[in-house]
Design a protein around this ligand. Structure first.
Ligand code: AMP
Length: 417
C-alpha cells in the first residue's frame, strides 16, 4: 500500500478504539448529569475567529493552525480548540438571550501543527464544556469539580489540579505593565523581547530552562489583583476546599491560550512523560466581546482524550471494552447457512451479541473462528440436526454439548447468558 496516516495522526482500530469511546463517555458523564447540553460545531471556522478568540500572540495561532483558503476565497482554519467555536455558535443561536448560564458540552477532533511525540498529535481528541453568562464563583467551583469527577469516574487517582488566578480587565493592565518592566531587564532573544511587548504573560509560559531560570522573582498576577478578583478567588478556593477538591496553588500557571481571566487551571498526570497536561481550562469573561459579541462571562475546560487514555494505561486501568460475542453460529452446508442467517437475526433481535461463521469454512475452521470470537456458546447446525429440528449448543468453556430445538434456541440461550 502506498499510504500511511499523515504525520502526527493516528488511526483508532479495534480493540484499542473501544477505550476512546469509553473515555469520551466517562469524561462527559458528570457534565451531562449537571445539565450541560450536547453541542456540535463545524470542524472549521473563519480564521479570524481563532486569531481574535485564541489570541494573535499565542503559539497556537502563530505556528500551529491548519489554515487554508476554500474555493470561494474564504480563509478557514481547522479548529485548534473548542471554546471559540462553541461561543460563536451560542451567540449566533441566541442562547445567551435565554436562561443563564448557558451550559454546553462537546466532544470531537482538534488540529494543531505541533511537533509530534507521545501524547502530542496534530489531530487529537478532546471532551470539553463551557458555561456562559455568569461570573458566579460557585460556577467556577462547579466546572472544576466536574473535571475532577470526570477523571475520578474513570478510576484515575494520579491527576493533580493546579490552580491560579490571572486577574481581569480591571487589574490585568497594571500587572502586564509590571511584568513587562521586569522582563525588559532580562537577557532574552529578539523574538522573546518582541513577545514581552505584545503579550508579556506568554513569556511566563516559555519552557526553555535559560528563560525559566531568569523568571524567578517575576511579579505574580495575584500580587496585583483588584479587590473583585481577590474576593472571587477566595470564594472559588473556599468552595473547592469545602467540596473536598485537592488543589495545588500554581501562581505562574498561564496556559497556552490568551483568553483566560481570573480562575485558570490545569490537570496534570505524572505518568505521561513530557506531555503531562491531561486537561485544562479557565474563565474568559472578555472573550465574547473580543469576537464582537455582547459582554458575556464564561468559564470552561477541555480534557484531552488521548492523554487520558495514556494516563489510564499508566495507572494500569483497563477501560471496559465492547460487549464481546456471546453466541457464534456454525452452519455446515448451504441449507444450514440459510437457516443460520435467520437464527442470527432472531438472537440479535433478542439483544444477544451473536455472530456467524461467514465464508464456507469446514467444521474445523468454523470452530476455530468460534473460539477466536470469544463467544461463550457455539451453535452448530448440521443437515441431520436441521432435519431433526435441533441445533447443537456447545459450551466453549467446558466443551459440554446439548441438542436444543430450533424454536427454543433464543429463549434457551437467553436463559444461559
Ligand atoms: P488546551 O486546549 O491547550 O488547553 O488543551 C487541553 C488539553 O487537550 C490538554 O491538556 C491535552 O490533554 C489536550 N491536548 C492539547 N493539545 C494536544 C495535542 N497536540 N495532542 C494531544 N492532546 C492535546
Amino acid at each position: 500500500m502506498d499510504f500511511t496516516a499523515p504525520k502526527g495522526t493516528y488511526d483508532l482500530l479495534p480493540p484499542r478504539a473501544e477505550a476512546f469511546l469509553e473515555v469520551r463517555a466517562g469524561l462527559a458523564a458528570p457534565a451531562r448529569l449537571a445539565g450541560y447540553g450536547y453541542t456540535e460545531t463545524p470542524l472549521f471556522e473563519d480564521t479570524a475567529l481563532f486569531a481574535r478568540g485564541v489570541g494573535a500572540s499565542t503559539d497556537v495561532v502563530t505556528k500551529e493552525m491548519y489554515t487554508f483558503d476554500d474555493r470561494g476565497g474564504r480563509s478557514l482554519t481547522l479548529r485548534p480548540e473548542g471554546t471559540a467555536g462553541v461561543l460563536r455558535a451560542a451567540l449566533e443561536g441566541g442562547l445567551h438571550k435565554g436562561q443563564l448560564p448557558v451550559k454546553l458540552w462537546y466532544s470531537g477532533s482538534y488540529f494543531r501543527y505541533e511537533r509530534p511525540q507521545a501524547g502530542r498529535y496534530r489531530h487529537f481528541s478532546q471532551v470539553g464544556l463551557e458555561a456562559l453568562g455568569s461570573d458566579d464563583p460557585a460556577l467556577d467551583a462547579e466546572v472544576v469539580w466536574l473535571a475532577v469527577q470526570a477523571y475520578a469516574g474513570l478510576g484515575l487517582t494520579g491527576v493533580r489540579l493546579l490552580l491560579n488566578t490571572l486577574g481581569d480587565a480591571a487589574c490585568r493592565p497594571a500587572y502586564r505593565e509590571a511584568l513587562r518592566a521586569f522582563l525588559r531587564g532580562l537577557d532574552l532573544d529578539a523574538d522573546t523581547r518582541a513577545r514581552v511587548e505584545v503579550n508579556p504573560l506568554r513569556v511566563l509560559d516559555d519552557k526553555r530552562p535559560e528563560v525559566q531560570a531568569q523568571l524567578a522573582g517575576a511579579p505574580l498576577a495575584r500580587d496585583l489583583l483588584c479587590a473583585g478578583c481577590r474576593e472571587h478567588h477566595a470564594r472559588v478556593t473556599g468552595l473547592l476546599d469545602r467540596l473536598g477538591v485537592v488543589w495545588e496553588d500554581a501562581p505562574t500557571l498561564v496556559r497556552g491560550l490568551d483568553y483566560y481571566t481570573r480562575t485558570t487551571f490545569e490537570f496534570q498526570h505524572d505518568g505521561l512523560g513530557a506531555q503531562s497536561a491531561v486537561g485544562g481550562g479557565g474563565r474568559y469573561d472578555g472573550l465574547s466581546e473580543e469576537v464582537g459579541g455582547p459582554p458575556l462571562a464564561g468559564i470552561g475546560w477541555a480534557l484531552g482524550v488521548d492523554r487520558t487514555v495514556l494516563a489510564l494505561q499508566a495507572e494500569g486501568i483497563e477501560p471496559a471494552g465492547a460487549v464481546g460475542c456471546q453466541v457464534f453460529l456454525v452452519p455446515l452446508g448451504a441449507t444450514a447457512k440459510e437457516r443460520a442467517v435467520l437464527l442470527l437475526a432472531g438472537l440479535r433481535r433478542a439483544g444477544l451479541a451473536a455472530d456467524l461463521a461467514y465464508g464456507d469454512r469446514g467444521m474445523k475452521g468454523a470452530m476455530r473462528a468460534a473460539d477466536r470470537s470469544g463467544a461463550t456458546y457455539a451453535v452448530v447446525l448440521g443437515d441431520r440436526d436441521l432435519q431433526a429440528g435441533v441445533a447443537q449448543v456447545k459450551d466453549l468453556r467446558d466443551g459440554g454439548q446439548v441438542a436444543v430445538p430450533l424454536e427454543e434456541l433464543v429463549t434457551t440461550l437467553e436463559g444461559k447468558l
